[in-house]
Design a protein around this ligand. Sequence first.
Ligand SMILES: [Zn+2]
Length: 223
Amino acid sequence: MKVALRVSKRARRISLRINQKGEVILTRPHRVSESVALHFLERKKAWVLHHLRDIEAQHARSPRTAWHDGGMIPFLGNHLTISARPSFRSTFHQDGTLLIVKARPDDHAGIARLVEQWYRMQAEAYFHATCHDICARLGVRFHRLTIRGQSSRWGSCSKQGNLNFNWKLMMAPSKVAFSVAVHECCHLVHLNHSARFWNLVNMLCPFYDEANTWLKSHGVALA
Ligand SMILES: [Zn+2]
């Protein structure tokens, strides 16, 4: 257990915090001695260990932990197995449920880079095709379509008719990726969240609420 000891002039009592990286931060007011603070930590040990295990379990569920040779990765509701082959003819190639990447099996960073690149390419193809279909049904056109990945945002639509989608949606079931595509394309008709907008969304995507609930409970693990 890694503990960062901090002294604060403003703190009025000893506080204990665990961040998402699993670091334990123990803050004590200036007037409280370090040994008193450590004694406080000792008494809270069970609580700390419980939370550390929780964070560890959350990280273990993150799909990125499988980005290595032989790892299973989710792709629109299916699963693919990564196979790292250093002398493969192309950078990556999907063969049935196998995703072959041109990398050494022990090159974790290299494999991870290629897997993300592959997901981004799939997202580009998926959202272009899907949005073309949806827009044809709506009788509208989008201007530009961009794949992003940094924010926790799943999709957006600008006044200029530009669509943005997060490549991490490729790790979700296809219904979920589709529902986000529908949401953003419907903004090309109504650039608001009015009743008319939601009617349109539900007409094109009857399972929208179900997909949205999935994203709310699993989205954090994807991002
Ligand atoms: Zn919206």
